[in-house]
Design a protein. Sequence first.
Length: 250
Amino acid sequence: MTSGAIPAEFEDLLSRAGRRVLAGTHPLCGALADPKRRFLAADDLLDRAKAARVRRVLEEALTPTLEPLDKPALPETIWDMRRDYGELLPKTTRARTVFFDSRREPGVKAAERIGLARMMRSPSFRAFAEALAGRRLRSGWGLQVLRYGPGDYAGPHNDHHPENADARRGYIDLHLSLCSGVAHQWLVYARGGHFSEIVSVAAPATVTAYRLPFWHYTTPLAGGPKAARWVLLGTFLFQGTADLQVRSQS
């Protein structure tokens, strides 16, 4: 494992363009303050060489600790239907993950040992999310790590949490995607009620940010047997609401 490959501060993973986001001078600053804009993506905000080093550490240190996410479309979603065109599809997904629910989890221990948890909890990680959100975000944000391999995906979902009083009015997700050997994987999202928008998340180092909830899905990852997309995910409540841990598969 490369010593020091994962910086203590997220800021040190940024490219020159990414540092402009922190400085408040990038065109994407405040983009998600507009409630009509729910999503943004950019593949030039992370330093690609540094991101590649982080990805290699994740492959070595975190892969053995990942938990499976396997939520298929069950047969009863078809055979329990009683009306034509009355289908309802629960959230489906296949990937592997580290949930940060307990520091005793092997994946969390590994994330802390290699410095990943420290970087994702660093002040500049929240400051970066705030710059894109255009508003203050609370401390105590939720963390998750995902690894997509060949064929892994997340089906249509909206990440709405109406039973959670602190999240029901919306929140911000910040994703860092670190890819290797990925031929293609797409994030498809709805605008005006239709799944009409599509962006690639297969570049070596992509930042995506979401003003949730809204409808979206992630297509199956295509690539060779060793192809992988790591997603480092932070979930942020708007200032004035309580801390939140939301499990997301995007």
